[in-house]
Design a protein around this ligand. Structure first.
Ligand code: AKB
Length: 325
């Protein structure tokens, strides 16, 4: 089905790190009135409120989702509302409830309303200590050791089930850590890569919660948005996997990121005090093989460590000067 058929889009988790920027991009593409932002806890930004409709939705309550879907005659959902890995380890019951029951409600409502398509982000957290950590393949061992990872594996299986059993066109990528300058992430293991930029601009120093030699796959926000929209627009005849595409932008160690930031801010100092999140990071891949996404729907990232760092510093420096950081 082509994008012309997508008329009314609901974005859950629209106040979050990815949602806040993806919603604005979707509104540019499909028109502000056609993209309904849904949040739950975080206050929506002025930008989100001024560019289109906003609704409070609790994805763990099916009727809360249903009400908005019916009010706006939704036919496409980007379901981003989730509890991330670090909070998920502190509150595993909450992570299961929000991530699993939330996804189940979205899929059920999408099925009942014959929706065109659903996007759901999976994560590199589907992998675990037994998975090959370098150039992790598309199809490999999925035995995560975090509750977040468990919900992502179960979520992929559930999405696949809805595709096979009900013909619901659910599509999903496995995101690595996402680096962005608009809305900070909350509760993830890869958050240090974003915090390091904010603290470098604000205080010229940062205490990193993973070791200097910790290498993880990452992606810059423009590529993250591109991955979601490109996959959703991909010709159905081309995509074979549907659910759980490996995608990546770059891989670097925490120390390499600090050194790259230092090229722009020579006074910047970073120290390393690993906490419980180190164990999570150590269970995830260091780099990702995303050749299947490249072959099936033409995935190709635009940013590497140097270009992402330059852009992040320019954007955050401007926001800091304007008193918006
Ligand atoms: C997290 O760190 O929990 C997320 C992720 C990699 O899915 N950013």
């Amino acid at each position: 089905m082509s994008t012309k058929n997508m008329k009314r889009i609901l974005v859950t988790g629209a106040t979050g790190q990815i949602g806040s920027e993806l919603t604005v991009e979707l509104r540019k593409k499909y028109g502000g009135e056609n993209v309904i932002a849904a949040g739950h806890r975080r206050k929506p930004s002025e930008k989100l409120l001024s560019t289109g409709p906003f609704e409070y939705v609790d994805v763990t309550q099916k009727d809360s989702v249903e009400k908005v879907v019916e009010k706006y005659d939704i036919d496409t959902i980007y379901h981003l509302a989730a509890v991330l890995s670090a909070v998920g380890e502190q509150k595993p019951q909450l992570a299961w409830n929000v991530n699993m029951n939330g996804l189940y409600n979205i899929l059920e409502v999408a099925r009942e309303h014959n929706m065109i398509r659903v996007f759901w982000p999976s994560s590199i957290a589907v992998f675990g200590p037994e998975t090959p950590r370098v150039k992790t393949p598309q199809d490999t061992v999925l035995i995560p050791t975090t509750m977040y990872g468990v919900t992502k594996v179960a979520g992929e299986l559930l999405c696949n089930y809805y595709f096979i059993r009900f013909g619901l066109d659910v599509r999903c990528v496995r995101y690595p850590g996402i680096i962005s300058s608009e809305t900070p992430p909350g509760g993830g293991t890869t958050d240090y890569a974003v915090e390091m930029f904010y603290e470098a601009i604000k205080k010229k120093r940062y205490t990193c919660f993973v070791r200097e030699d910790t290498v993880l796959p990452m992606m810059y926000m423009p590529d993250c948005i591109k991955a979601a929209i490109d996959l959703m627009e991909a010709d159905p005849s081309k995509i074979k996997h549907h659910v759980g595409y490996n995608v990546t932008g770059m891989s670097f160690s925490a120390g390499e990121l600090a050194a790259e930031i230092k090229k722009h801010i020579p006074e910047f100092e970073c120290e390393y005090k690993p906490d419980f999140r180190q164990k999570i990071a150590d269970s995830w891949p260091m780099s990702i093989d995303d050749s299947v996404a490249r072959e099936e729907w033409g995935w190709k990232p635009d940013y590497d460590l140097a270009s992402m760092t330059k852009d992040m510093i320019e954007k955050l420096t401007r926001r800091f000067a304007e008193g918006r950081l």
